[in-house]
Design a protein around this ligand. Structure first.
Ligand SMILES: C[S@@+](CC[C@H](N)C(=O)[O-])C[C@H]1O[C@@H](n2cnc3c(N)ncnc32)[C@H](O)[C@@H]1O
Length: 230
C-alpha cells in the first residue's frame, strides 16, 4: 500500500493538502493559546505538515517507507517516524493531533478504537484531535465506478470495488514511461453513530462534526470532519 504509488502521490492529489492545512490551522486557533506542536497520524509525503506554521514542532507517523522517503526528499521539516498509527507510544504530548484525508478509513473499523486511543493518549489536556473520514454512503456510492486522469505524464485509473463487510478496495493503475504500477488500497467505512460511540469511549467528551460547507452531517455526506476534545 502506497509503495509504487508514492512517487505519484503529490501530483495526483493536486490541491487537496491546502484545504486540510487551512482547516487544521483554523481549528487550532480555537485553543486560544499559542500552538506549539502537532502530530499527524498517516502523514504520507508530508504534504499537509509542510503547509502548517513553521513555528509548530511537527511529528509525522506513517507506515509506508516510500511515502516518508518522499517527505524526506522534499525536506519537510518534521520528525518522520515509520510506524503503525494503531500502535504508537511516544513519550510526549501534542497540542494538535491530525489524521486527515481519510487516513482513518485505511484502518479496519475494529481497530479505529486503537487509533482514537493513540490520539487521546498523546493529546495535551486542552488539545484538539482533528480527523476526517469518507462516509459509508460515499464509499458505497463510489463502488463500481472507475475514473482515469492524466497527471505528471502518467495515466492513472482508479476503480473502486465493494468487498462487503464495510470494505471498499481502490484499485490504482498507473501507466506511463515505466512498467505499469498496480496497487490496491482498502478503505473501510463506519456509521456516524458508531464513530461517535468510539470517540466517547476513547475519552473525547466534546466532539463537533461537520459535513463541510452547507452539507448535512449524516452517513450520506461525502466526507465528515471531526474536531474532538477531551
Ligand atoms: C490518503 S493518504 C493521506 C496522507 C496525508 N495525510 C495527506 O493528506 O496527504 C493515507 C496515508 O495513511 C497511511 N496509512 C494507512 N494506514 C496506516 C497505518 N495503519 N499506520 C500508519 N500509516 C498508515 C498511508 O501509508 C498513507 O500515507
Amino acid at each position: 500500500m502506497y509503495s509504487g504509488f508514492a512517487r505519484f502521490y503529490d501530483v495526483l492529489q493536486g490541491g487537496t493538502p491546502e484545504p486540510f492545512a487551512a482547516w487544521i490551522e483554523r481549528r487550532a486557533a480555537e485553543l486560544g493559546r499559542e500552538v506549539e506542536s502537532i502530530l499527524e497520524l498517516g502523514c504520507g509525503t508530508g504534504a499537509v505538515l509542510d503547509l502548517l506554521p513553521a513555528a509548530w514542532a511537527k511529528v509525522g507517523i506513517d507506515v509506508s517507507p516510500e511515502m516518508l522517503e518522499i517527505a524526506r526528499i522534499k525536506g519537510v521539516d518534521a520528525d518522520l517516524i515509520e510506524a503503525d498509527i494503531r500502535d504508537i507510544a511516544l513519550d510526549r504530548r501534542f497540542d494538535v493531533i491530525a489524521c486527515v484525508y481519510d487516513t482513518v478509513n485505511h484502518v479496519p473499523v475494529s481497530d479505529w478504537p486503537r487509533v482514537f486511543a493513540v490520539a487521546s493518549g498523546h493529546l495535551e489536556t486542552d488539545g484538539m484531535f482533528l480527523f476526517d473520514m469518507n462516509t459509508l454512503g460515499h464509499l458505497c456510492g463510489g463502488a463500481g465506478r472507475s475514473e482515469t486522469t492524466v497527471a505528471g505524464g502518467s495515466t492513472v485509473t482508479i476503480s473502486i470495488s465493494d468487498e462487503r463487510d464495510d470494505r471498499y478496495d481502490w484499485h490504482v493503475r498507473i501507466e506511463g514511461d515505466h512498467d505499469p504500477i498496480d496497487e490496491t488500497i482498502a478503505e473501510y467505512g463506519a456509521s456516524l453513530t458508531d464513530v461517535r460511540r468510539m470517540l466517547t469511549e476513547a475519552g473525547f467528551t466534546r466532539v463537533e462534526v461537520s459535513g463541510g460547507r452547507d452539507r448535512p452531517v449524516d452517513d450520506e455526506a461525502p466526507r465528515l470532519f471531526f474536531a474532538c476534545r477531551r
